[in-house]
Ligand binder design. Structure first.
Ligand code: PLP
Length: 452
């Protein structure tokens, strides 16, 4: 594959190195190993500046649904930009936002009737946390100043979201003195997602986990404003797949103790787990629902926090009572982002997007089952169009030493073989656009096997 930069790129890369601070990156690494320059996107592929074409095996940070450069989405943005590019959303409204809620609401659990706009997954979570707390206070529950969350959870990088995420890691631990009060609950992984696992002890494990959840609420339930969870799939925890039965139990206990249930479907939403929302698989309806990433087909920043009528009602009062939800962002409900979301939802209505995703998921599971036999792989598992496994050193059966940077090297080599994968620590995963041709995915898994 061609791997030389066109002549105008070295200078640009020098400017990148001189001025750009990339996210989630130890920038010292880029002094020797610069970021990969991307010049185009076509369907499930990304085109790199040096001529390589790679399958976007991580949907560009878990966002892309219908492929890159989809004419329906790009056209909708262009038309909307020419008509109305942006306008303040406090005291104003516009058609793309209204169309979006009208199109989406019937697809959601019916209790979710009120929609608050913001612009990324973290802010959708911040909004939900603040709404839950303020609603509790405004209905007289002033002692509920804590949140509940799952161990290993990830809800974004703003401080509120960090406060309900996992703290026992290098990413967030340093911020501990600044964070919300949060009580954390461990849930077991769902062995039925794993390939070739003996399920004999599962009923017992599940029952013990249910009891631990009930105990957790007996201890903390009265002090919690809300409990937040990524339903069925904890992405940044390393694609940890957990059982729908636990989600049902969580709903029951939240109801019992008057705790709002916030479901963060920022990553799982829009078909990623095989259904439009992951919570449908329990089935469970949250009090607050956070959506982003795939909302615009994964191509523009936009997020929604949906709330129940009961929560909304806690904020209705005379202006002088000071009960309004005083929160907003400059780009709240950006019309072009809303237009992209409308075009994406139209594709769900007009094309068999979910059915295709299910077919892709089936091929992914079949290919992943073969990969599960590889000596460098453990705990191979899938859920919808997401497949994950732990990488080990075949000589020892143990995880690779962090200093070996095995995942990073795999990422770099895979680009030469036409594939973008980006392991998180020991966790190797594939999370392609829903529109990816199943044949390409089978090839991608073979490529991974070769590289391992
Ligand atoms: C479950 C979940 N919630 C929230 C976020 C934060 O979203 P954003 O990066 O758009 O702020 C992410 C990002 O990966 C996520 O996976």
């Amino acid at each position: 594959m061609k791997k030389t930069m066109p002549s105008d790129w070295p200078e640009r890369m020098a400017l990148d190195r001189a001025h750009i601070w990339h996210p989630f990156t130890q920038m010292k690494l880029h002094e020797v190993d610069p970021p990969t320059a991307v010049v185009g996107g076509e369907g499930s592929d990304l085109l790199l500046a040096d001529g390589r074409r790679v399958l976007d095996g991580i949907s560009s940070w878990w966002t892309n649904l219908h492929g890159h450069g989809h004419p329906r989405l790009v056209g909708a943005i262009e038309r909307q930009g020419a008509r109305l590019d942006h306008v303040i959303f406090a005291g104003f409204t516009h058609q793309p936002a209204i169309d979006l809620v009208a199109r989406l609401q019937p697809k959601l659990p019916p209790v979710l009737t009120r929609c608050f706009f913001s612009d990324n997954g973290s802010t959708a979570v911040e909004v939900a946390l603040k709404m839950a707390f303020q609603a509790q206070v405004q209905k007289g529950q002033t002692g509920r100043s804590r949140f509940g969350a799952l161990r290993g959870g990830y809800h974004g990088d703003t401080l509120g979201a960090v406060g309900v995420g996992e703290l026992e890691n290098w990413l967030t631990g340093i911020f501990r003195p600044l964070l919300l009060h949060c009580e954390r609950l461990q849930v077991p992984e769902d062995p039925r997602r794993e390939i070739g696992v003996d399920l004999a002890s599962w009923p017992e494990t599940l029952e013990a986990a249910r009891k631990a959840l009930r105990d957790f609420f007996a201890t903390h339930g009265e002090a919690l404003a809300a409990f937040i969870a990524e339903p069925l799939l904890q992405g940044a925890a390393g694609m940890r797949m957990w059982p729908p039965e636990m989600l049902l139990e969580l709903r029951l206990q939240c109801d019992r103790y008057g705790v709002y249930l916030i479901l963060d479907e920022v990553m799982t939403g829009f078909g990623r787990t095989g259904t439009l929302l992951a919570c449908e698989q329990a089935p469970v309806a949250p009090d607050l629902l956070c959506l982003s990433k795939g909302l615009t087909g994964g191509i523009l920043p936009l997020s929604l926090t949906w709330a129940t009528e009961e929560i909304y009602g806690c904020f209705l009062a005379e202006p002088h009572e000071g009960k309004a939800f005083l929160h907003g962002h400059s780009f709240t409900a950006n019309p072009m982002a809303c237009a992209a979301a409308n075009a994406s939802l139209a594709l769900f209505d007009e094309e068999p997007v979910l059915e295709r995703a299910q077919a892709l998921g089936a091929v992914l599971r079949e290919s992943w089952s073969r990969l599960a036999q590889h000596p460098a792989i453990r705990q191979a598992r899938t859920l919808g169009t997401v497949a994950a496994a732990q990488m080990v050193d075949p000589a020892t059966g143990m995880p690779h030493l962090p200093e070996a940077a095995f995942g990073w090297k795999l990422h770099r080599r895979a680009l030469d073989y036409g594939l973008l994968v980006r392991p998180m620590g020991d966790c190797l995963y594939l999370l392609p656009p829903l529109s990816t041709d199943p044949g390409r995915i089978a090839e991608a898994v073979e490529t991974i096997a070769k590289l391992l």
